[in-house]
Ligand binder design. Structure first.
Ligand code: MRU
Length: 367
């Protein structure tokens, strides 16, 4: 997608052929900087410190990380060590594990001296598939927005509330939750996005707003606690969020605070969709609340905030009463009963095992 009119992807091979470039998302929205990842450690640090983030992008970065590891140690032990290092970076997004399983299975059938090239190419294929999946999610979800626009008389924009950043910055391109917005916008369907700021890391205020600005999509950033009130007053037509892990039964795990938005949407009859590619579905899980591991992050993300000063410099300030204990669970689970539908690259389904099997019949036989 575009930054200052120039198309970018979040991750792409460096011209040197042995490393990748990523957009440093810890610097956005105030600075646009690329980082070169040349080693396993570079990739692991990028994921752990959230230079890259968002479930699909974490998966693609891990795939490249495993490839980069093969340059230093292409033995079986080297594969095991790299997989263990990358898998330990962030626990919730299943795309990470999915990508590592796919690349490592491929590597084990490849001669050591060909492993780097094989893994690098496979990571590239995963990236391309992610772009195609997100584009298809956009086409399916964009139709929901267009239909709603027509059903509401076509005389006012459709207002979509989203949480966190599930746009192109969270994937390789297009995004999941924002892909339908971009698709509708490109089709000329008027759409307005309500962007939850998404404390504590502010992915909505910093990243989603940055993306939408870059593409000229009308939007308004709101405090995390404003959504319920706006829904009560008829100011939200639908919610679309992403997912870091979706159970086979349709429970959706996403950034902390998503569940509260789903509750408010349910209470106010606002449709609540989750948009996600197949790589986000964990077919081994049934009960998301009990089974999905929730990342607990550093309390400093709650106690401190970083921002730009009037003179253009940056500062990190303390915002919590010193000495108060803090907790920082990074994700929550929205049970399937609160999800109107799941938008995938194959179409839209009920948030249920039957719904997902309808789109992925090969999984029914695998189960
Ligand atoms: C398309 S991305 C879906 C999710 O990964 C996204 O909504 C999200 O919660 C990202 O969390 P983050 O902690 O920024 O990696």
């Amino acid at each position: 997608m575009n930054i200052d009119g120039q198309p970018y992807r979040t991750i792409f091979p460096d011209p040197d052929g042995v490393s990748v470039q990523v957009i440093d998302q810890t610097r956005l929205p105030f600075a646009f900087e690329l980082r070169r990842l040349a080693t396993l450690e570079d990739a692991a640090v990028a994921i752990r410190t959230m230079i890259v983030r968002g479930a699909p992008l974490i998966g693609v970065t891990a795939a490249y990380g495993l490839a980069l590891a093969m340059r230093a140690d292409a033995s079986h032990d080297g594969i095991d060590r790299a997989v263990a290092t990358l898998a330990a970076t962030r626990p919730t997004a299943i795309n990470l594990r999915w990508a590592l399983d796919r690349v490592s299975a491929n590597l084990r059938q490849t001669a050591p001296d060909e492993r780097f090239a094989r893994a690098f190419a496979e990571a590239g294929r995963i990236a391309e598939e992610d772009v195609a999946s997100c584009r298809a999610i956009g086409a399916h979800g964009g139709q929901i927005i267009a239909d709603l626009h027509a059903a509401r008389g076509g005389d006012r924009p459709i207002t979509v509330l989203t949480h966190c950043n599930a746009g192109w910055l969270a994937t390789v391109d297009w995004g999941t939750a924002l892909a339908p917005v971009y698709a509708a916008h490109e089709r000329g369907v008027p759409v307005h996005v309500l962007v939850d700021e998404t404390r504590p890391r502010s992915q909505g205020a910093a990243l989603t707003a940055f993306e939408l600005n870059g593409h000229g999509v009308p939007h308004t950033v709101i405090a995390d606690n404003a959504g319920g009130h706006l829904m009560q007053h008829g100011d939200v037509d639908l919610c679309i969020v992403g997912s870091d892990r979706t159970t086979a039964s349709g429970d959706v795990c996403n950034k902390i605070g998503t569940y509260l938005k789903a509750l408010a949407a349910h209470d106010n009859g606002v449709p609540f969709y989750a948009a996600l590619p197949f790589s986000t579905i964990d077919w081994t899980l049934d009960d998301g609340v009990k089974e999905i591991p929730i990342e607990e992050r550093d309390g400093r993300e709650v106690t401190h905030m970083t921002g730009r000063l009037p003179d253009g410099g940056f500062a990190t300030i303390e915002v919590v009463s010193p000495g108060s204990p803090v907790a920082n669970p990074a994700f929550d689970v929205t049970p399937s009963r609160l999800v109107t539908g799941i938008i995938t690259e194959r179409g839209i389904c009920d948030a249920s095992r039957e719904g997902l099997y309808g789109l992925y019949p090969e999984r029914r036989s695998a189960a």
